[in-house]
Design a protein around this ligand. Structure first.
Ligand code: GDP
Ligand code: MG
Length: 370
């Protein structure tokens, strides 16, 4: 078995070298494109990117990569994934709650059980939209750093009685850096002091040019509190989603991204994940971060147990070996043996790296104290 440079591997995988460097960094390995990595690492990386490895013989694995991009004919339309961002108190949570109430196929009578923060609504024209409740900008950034760009559309909430605030600017920057289309929701229009035009003008300074200012960004004046114009916001989201022609292959092992996770007293580690492709099924064996697991239960946004979840569905997964971080990839694998191998390998690598880095950190610590 031979070592391979990151650059060469990237070429064979048809990926950008920088993407591999980033993935390695997330596996706690600091390497450049010109450096070599061992075969185990290479194999792992190949799998991380969803490619397959061709084995030449039992102990000689030639890293010939089959591109694991789902063929065009396997792709089916999937719901858009929307993240609501904006400054604190501008009404993100209120909007998320209000939009949930617009679901035409509400669950039980007398309101909807808010089970997990992320949910899907069905619009009047029967298309679905997924709203992600990422706990704050930090999670969004963390997820992006892990290479998990799960958001298709950002709804930027700006309070009409306030203005462009630091977190508004931060949200704009993240959205622009991620290359994700944005829709501006000018909120709190019910307030007498609301001044939406001022918001539109101020947005210009941050290169967010709305349609009425001869730009391309859609905007809508809403009141999350009174439920005003939410249909219009949903229409704009649908329109944007149509333009994106979002698709995924539902008929394969699932890949999902962790949105958030915690240790539940009764149920153990629980993760809210977003299925990015394939269909996640009860009983599936998977690896997430450095842990392997087996899907014990899948719970939907209404708190109901379901047997499977397809692309763009946010669900809770039970059966994890530990609590993963936001942005970590959940990958279904063929069997438990393979899951344990991958998980064990990732753990060893993480430990090795921590040991290797310890003295440096120690030095830095002292330097910082001086
Ligand atoms: P977040 O921090 O962005 O999640 O903001 P919240 O949704 O928690 O809202 C902050 C405050 O603004 C709360 O007191 C809400 O009741 C209020 N609020 C949210 N939307 C509106 C709105 O459309 N009109 C008015 N008047 N108040 C709103
Ligand atoms: Mg909030």
């Amino acid at each position: 078995p031979e070592a391979i440079t990151v650059g060469e591997l990237a070429k064979r995988m048809g990926e950008k070298g920088a993407q591999l460097v980033k993935a390695l960094f997330n596996m706690d390995m600091m390497v450049t494109v010109n450096q070599t990595i061992d075969q185990d690492t290479a194999e792992l990386l190949v799998e991380e990117f969803g490619h397959n490895i061709e084995r030449v013989s039992a102990d000689d694995v030639e890293i010939k990569v089959e591109q694991d991009v789902d063929p065009e004919e396997t792709l089916k339309p999937r719901p858009a994934v929307v993240t609501i961002m904006g400054h604190v108190d501008h009404g993100k949570t209120s909007l998320l709650d209000a939009l949930r109430g617009t679901n035409v196929t509400k669950g039980e009578a007398g309101g909807i059980t808010q089970h997990i923060g992320s949910y899907q609504i069905e619009t009047k024209d029967k298309t679905k939209i997924t709203f992600l409740d990422t706990p704050g900008h930090a999670a969004f950034t963390e997820m992006r750093q892990r290479g998990a760009n799960v958001t298709d559309i950002v709804v930027l909430v700006v309070a009409a009685d306030d203005g462009i605030m630091p977190q508004t600017i931060e949200a704009i920057k993240h959205t622009q850096a991620a290359g994700v289309p944005m829709i501006v929701a000018i909120n709190k229009m019910d307030k007498p002091e609301a001044n939406p035009q001022k918001i539109r003008e101020r947005l210009l300074e941050h290169e967010v040019i709305v349609e009425s200012m001869s730009g391309e960004v859609q905007d809508v004046e809403i009141s999350a509190k009174e439920g005003t114009n939410l249909d219009e916001l949903i229409e704009k989201i649908s329109l944007q989603a149509e333009l994106l022609e979002l698709k995924a292959n539902p008929d394969r092992f699932a890949d999902a991204t962790v949105i958030e996770a915690q240790l539940d007293k009764g149920r153990g580690p629980v993760a809210t994940v977003l299925v990015t492709r394939g269909t996640l099924k009860r009983g599936d064996t998977f690896v997430v971060g450095t842990e392997s697991g087996k899907v014990r239960a899948i719970v939907n946004d209404q708190g109901k147990q379901i047997k499977e979840a397809g692309p763009s569905m946010p669900v809770e997964v039970l059966g994890l070996g530990g609590v993963p971080g936001a942005g970590e990839q959940l990958t279904v694998v063929e069997n438990e043996q393979r899951a344990r191998e991958v998980a064990q390998y990732r753990r060893e690598k993480a430990t090795e790296q921590r040991t290797a880095l310890a003295p440096t950190n120690f030095d830095t610590m002292f330097t910082n104290l001086q």
